[in-house]
Design a protein around this ligand. Structure first.
Ligand SMILES: O=P(O)(O)OC[C@H]1O[C@](O)(COP(=O)(O)O)[C@@H](O)[C@@H]1O
Length: 341
């Protein structure tokens, strides 16, 4: 199979109009924070148990077409000894890998951040492919202030995303391009729309400069919402601001937009995705790539107790199913009261 055919096959397996992505790629620091919130210590065995619990959820493949894993998980096995990427693949879920190495301040641009990890990426990707990964994910982070992101921040972060995406495609690995505009702060929804649009414009200019095939990548953006210190906007308004900005900046060639949840609550993220899918016709599939918004109820149900496994799996399946319904524009709040079926 040529590299292009490999990329096309992965896109075809991941984009089918009815399923989204489970983000289970929390880095060591982030998973420790999540576990701490339910009183669980972040040991290697706890991480293995929890992530294999997620991946062995029966019927998850009906609603989830891809899972983003952390490097450590790629080498772990379920209780029966099957490698976790194989567990996902057997369930019809394409395994992928977070390849960025975290972030720090961007010198010359006070308040902006930049992500690390490009050195040796092609070699690392070959190893990840041997372990079963077929797509990758890289996240750039944009704090919002009256002066951020700066012009330098916009350009530098876009260049990183484009260079990463170009390396992935040359290795036959589908890149998920994730520019996350942070919710933190008291900025208005108008300011969020302005920043997101600038970010997407810069990212797509860079992707174009680097020759990235837009048909063979996925975009993982933030939704346009007011800052987390402000009152929530209703889903219809989130959908309008988000889609207006996306239509201006994101080419129609991109097959799917898989939103991150970014601190939205599970029900909020589902309601917003539903509104996005009800509003206007779009050239792209509008789907999810949620971490917290899919996992939070499952994490709380588990809380480190192995006898709570099936409750936790039920909670994950419920969120996955409701987000699948949101992709079809068929979600209603009333469905929250019913358990997964
Ligand atoms: O641990 P990191 O690298 O900071 O990543 C945090 C998380 O952010 C995401 O990109 C989006 O997750 P959320 O949907 O919870 O915002 C996940 O894929 C990732 O696990």
């Amino acid at each position: 199979m040529s590299v292009t055919e490999e990329l096309q096959a992965t896109i075809a397996d991941m984009v089918d109009g009815r399923r989204g992505i489970l983000a289970a790629d929390e880095s060591s620091g982030t998973i420790a924070k999540r576990f701490q919130s339910v009183g669980v210590e972040s040991t290697e065995e706890h991480r293995r148990f929890y992530r294999s619990l997620l991946l062995t959820t029966e019927n998850l493949g009906q609603y989830v077409s891809g899972v983003i894993l952390f490097e450590e998980t790629l080498g772990q096995r379920d209780d029966g000894g099957t490698p976790l990427p194989q567990v996902a693949a057997d369930a019809g879920i394409v395994p992928g890998i977070k390849v960025d190495k975290g972030k720090g301040p961007l010198p010359g641009a006070p308040g902006d951040m930049i992500t690390y990890g490009l050195d040796g990426l092609a070699e690392r990707l070959q190893g990840y492919k041997e372990q079963g990964a077929r797509f990758a994910k890289w996240r750039e982070v944009y704090p919002v202030s009256p002066t951020n992101p700066t012009a330098l921040g916009l350009t530098a972060n876009a260049e990183m995303l484009a260079r990463y995406a170009a390396v992935c495609q040359s290795c036959g690995v589908v890149p998920i391009v994730e520019p996350e505009v942070l919710m933190d702060g008291d900025h208005s929804i108008e300011r969020s729309a302005e920043v997101n649009e600038q970010v997407w414009e810069a990212v797509f200019h860079a992707l174009h400069r680097h020759g990235v095939a837009l048909e063979l990548m996925l975009l993982k953006p933030s939704m346009v919402t007011p800052g987390s210190e402000c009152a929530k906007a209703p889903p219809q308004q989130v959908a309008e601001y988000t889609l207006r900005a996306l239509r201006r900046a994101v080419p129609a060639a991109v097959p799917s937009i898989n939103f991150l949840s970014g601190g939205q609550g599970p029900e909020e993220a589902t309601a917003n995705l539903n509104a996005l899918n009800q509003l206007w016709q779009t050239p792209w599939q509008l789907s999810f790539s949620y971490g917290r918004a899919l996992q939070e109820p499952a994490l709380h149900a588990w809380s480190g107790a192995s006898d709570q496994k099936s409750q936790a799996q039920g909670a994950l399946l419920k969120r996955a199913r409701l987000n699948h319904l949101a992709m079809l524009g068929e979600y209603t709040e009333g469905l929250e009261a019913r358990s997964a079926d």
